[in-house]
Design a protein around this ligand. Structure first.
Ligand SMILES: [Zn+2]
Length: 133
């Protein structure tokens, strides 16, 4: 993947950018639902659009269809607290994600799920000065 080409294409074609954006959201979590860890099949708004939530990366998380459908129009943090698969580390990850700290969110998700496969190393490298120890 040539990152420079992608940026160029994105500028030319908003639809392409949207698709890339959706893909990158799923890639952050290794294509797993941020709530339960199952394969993510959809993008969920943490704060629903009906409550003024925006379609920004901070407010959009990868979710399986089951969680997305069950949560419906609720605020994800309230909804998530009532779930059987509730995990405080994931709750923290969702909060970090909302605050735009994707690096922290991803690390918390890795902690919650030891099988988590990091598929976004390059992105993280590009986005910050974080250096692996
Ligand atoms: Zn789920």
């Amino acid at each position: 993947m040539h990152i420079n080409d992608a940026v160029f294409l994105e500028d030319l074609c908003p639809k392409f950018r949207f698709r890339q954006w959706r893909k990158s959201i799923h890639r952050f979590t290794g294509k797993s639902c941020i709530y339960c860890g199952k394969p993510s099949e959809s993008i969920d708004h943490v704060i629903p659009r009906s409550q003024g939530g925006l379609s920004t990366t901070e407010n959009c998380v990868p979710a399986c269809l089951s969680c997305n459908g069950d949560k419906s129009d609720e605020n994800a943090l309230y909804w998530y607290r009532r779930q059987k698969f509730y995990d405080p580390r994931r709750a923290m990850a969702i909060r970090a994600w909302l605050e735009g700290d994707l690096r922290l969110a991803i690390r918390l998700l890795q902690w919650a799920n030891p099988n988590f496969k990091e598929k976004n190393k390059n992105y993280i490298k590009d986005q910050s000065e974080y250096k692996a120890a």
